[in-house]
Design a protein around this ligand. Structure first.
Ligand SMILES: [Zn+2]
Length: 235
């Protein structure tokens, strides 16, 4: 089979033998794969070390195996280095590791989630509020993975009224009547629900506009996200 050309963000990288590396890749088209870059550190190959660093976006060729597993990745070229300093670097590393943790290696149409992470990397330098960014990007990744947050109607009875409680287990809002039967749910102030809806809809490119998140709101939003992660993401 001919190789497949991919774009991918390197989520994790492990050295393998003297001259090779194993990388976890979020691709733009074929999901998340684990790839072997054989002999990339051999000087004769003239591959810049940046082409196999964590957090970098590359273009490469993959020889896909029918069964999956460790795929052979060749000719990596850097498209975008996402080379940040200090706090930005920490944030980017945290995000890519989080994506690595959330998504097991699997073939799926990963276009949207790749675009999201790529766009996120593009705006890190413009940020005023790292916490807002982290919440929105994490929320968006979870939503694209299909686990919520769902904010339009009660996830138990379907009503659109009195949605004042959140259940991470169910992945979103539930109404005041149904909350009694859902022991893991908790109440959210109406303002926080509005903020959650607002952040859910904001285009990623607009996040730098968010300059400030009050502490109480931050804690609420973090709790919602963490509860979804706790119930739906394998560790
Ligand atoms: Zn209900």
């Amino acid at each position: 089979m001919p190789p497949t050309r991919i774009k991918a963000i390197i989520l994790k990288r492990t050295d393998f033998r003297e001259t090779s590396v194993i990388v976890s890749l979020l691709t733009d088209s074929i999901g998340k794969i684990t790839g072997l870059m054989k002999g990339v550190k051999t000087p004769a190959k003239k591959i810049p070390p940046l082409a196999y660093q964590q957090g970098v976006c590359i273009e490469a060729l993959v020889y896909l195996k029918q069964k999956g597993g460790l795929e052979l990745v060749t000719k990596p070229e850097v498209i975008e280095s996402f080379n940040f300093q200090n706090e930005s670097a920490n944030l980017w590393k945290k995000l890519v590791l989080q994506v690595d943790r959330f998504i097991p290696p699997s073939r799926f149409n990963s276009n949207q989630i790749f675009d999201l992470l790529f766009q996120a990397g593009k705006i890190i330098r413009e940020l005023h509020n790292y916490r807002a960014f982290e919440i929105v990007v994490t929320e968006r990744i979870l939503f694209l993975l299909g686990v919520g947050p769902f904010l339009e109607k009660c996830l138990v009875c379907g009503t659109g009224e009195n949605l004042y409680f959140f259940s991470g287990k169910l992945g979103g809002l539930i109404c005041s009547r149904c909350q009694a039967r859902e022991s893991t749910s908790f109440k959210l102030p109406e303002k926080h629900i509005e903020a959650l809806r607002f952040l859910h809809k904001i285009p990623i490119g607009h996040i730098p506009v968010v300059k400030y998140i009050p502490e109480g709101l931050y804690l609420s939003l973090t709790k919602c996200i963490n509860e979804i992660v706790r119930y739906h993401m394998a560790d």
